[in-house]
Design a protein around this ligand. Structure first.
Ligand code: GMT
Length: 375
């Protein structure tokens, strides 16, 4: 198949899923064309059958604001016509699904066709898409897509009810490369961050308010009352300064390590014991899956699709959103009981390998493409 992929190419789970999917599809022999405004950051090597088409933004003086959605449509049209694409798979509804719809209409006028598949990832449905000005547009773009997938049952249900949509939405969970994200203790980094044998908790995110990173810091504060511990925070974003302020206020500046944006995530996860995900909204939780694949149990909030990923009392623990004391109690419970910790760690790894490995999930996308193309 010849497949166009559009996504947000820089940091963020939807871009990671889209790029890793493109790499997997290419390794299965499909021809992949990324149509985005920047080079996807997870495309680290040269791949024979992966092509990149940059969406160019014109800077005509009259256009005070960038016309990205229209520029994207134009690029989709150009690539579809010249590369003879079979389908375009857009990740994150806004504005990608709308741009793709427009491209499809223009192609129709020229007696050509393209199938559009939209994957819903999270805040495109639960936050931004619900803004009154966007809602009708998002609803329309979903309804007009030839195929729609959602990354959890939770997100599918939210879409159907919040947008009053009557459409078949296929749930395809996030996936992970369990060979890359595999347990392999990183003693060197660990000795650097926890020189006195402290337990290490870790969290990675884009530091948006919905991630509630400050809860992770408060959890550390409680855990430290029971055992020596450190917290590693990876990523950057709008809430980081507030988190740094909180760490100072709680006198935790030596115990919370802000590492900023990092590559080599698997190595960093392997220097930690436990992953914290206290989010306010999380349609799946890709970063928690990557941690589980490295054998880290997860302590999370009970929101969104997290209960579809994390098995309470088996691969980790789930607490009410904002319930710092309970999250801390669960963390201490795991970090102070070697036998229990080992069992949870093995369960996490097995669940990642058996249920969410790339070889389990990617064929579901391929089958779905076939289904939509044959419709
Ligand atoms: O929806 C977002 O906030 C953006 C998106 C991203 O690009 O980071 O994240 C979502 O997509 C991921 C991949 O499918 C999911 O694993 C995340 O749970 C989801 N984030 C939220 O729902 C907050």
């Amino acid at each position: 198949m010849k497949i166009g992929i559009t996504c947000y190419p820089t940091y963020g789970g939807s871009g990671v899923v889209a790029t890793e999917l493109g790499k997997e599809l290419a390794s299965l022999g499909h021809e992949i064309h990324f149509i985005t405004y920047a080079f996807p950051h997870r495309l680290t090597n040269f791949y024979e059958n992966i092509f990149y088409h940059e969406v160019e933004l014109s800077s005509y003086p009259l256009f005070e604001h960038s016309l990205y959605s229209l520029a994207l449509t134009s690029k989709m049209l150009e690539v579809t016509e010249y590369e003879k694409l079979d389908l375009i798979h857009v990740h994150y509804a806004i504005p990608h699904a709308t741009s793709a719809f427009l491209a499809k209409q223009i192609l129709k006028k020229n007696n050509a066709d393209i199938k559009i598949i939209t994957t819903l990832h999270g805040t495109d449905i639960t936050l931004v898409g619900l803004e009154p000005s966007f809602l009708p547009l998002v609803k329309f773009s979903i309804e007009e897509s030839d195929g729609v997938t959602a990354v959890s049952r939770f997100l599918k249900e939210k879409t159907l009810t919040n947008y009053d949509i009557n459409k078949d939405i296929k749930v395809i969970y996030n996936f992970v490369d369990t060979e890359l994200f595999s347990p392999s203790k990183n003693e060197l980094f660990r000795s650097h961050i926890a020189p006195n044998g402290e337990k290490v908790m870790i969290h990675t995110s884009n530091f948006r308010v919905v991630k509630r990173v400050s809860d992770a810091i408060r959890v550390l504060n409680e855990v430290k009352k029971e055992l020596p511990a450190k917290l590693v925070l990876i990523g950057d974003g709008p809430d980081r300064s507030e988190c740094e302020r909180l760490a100072r206020e709680l006198n935790l500046q030596k115990d919370v390590l802000f590492l900023g944006k990092q590559d080599g995530l698997a190595e960093l996860l392997n220097a930690a014991d436990l992953f914290l995900m206290p989010s306010q909204s999380e349609s799946f939780g890709l970063s928690a899956l990557e941690a589980m694949s490295c054998g880290l149990p997860v302590v999370s909030s009970s929101v969104g699709g997290l209960p579809e990923l994390i098995r309470h009392n088996e691969t980790g623990y789930i607490a009410e959103i904002g319930d710092i004391n309970r999250m801390a109690k669960y963390s201490v419970d795991l970090l102070s009981n070697d036998k229990k910790y080992k069992a949870f760690s093995e369960n996490s790894r097995s669940r990642a390998v058996n249920e969410f490995d790339r070889n389990v999930i990617v064929p579901r996308y391929v089958d779905y493409y076939g289904e939509i193309l044959n419709k």
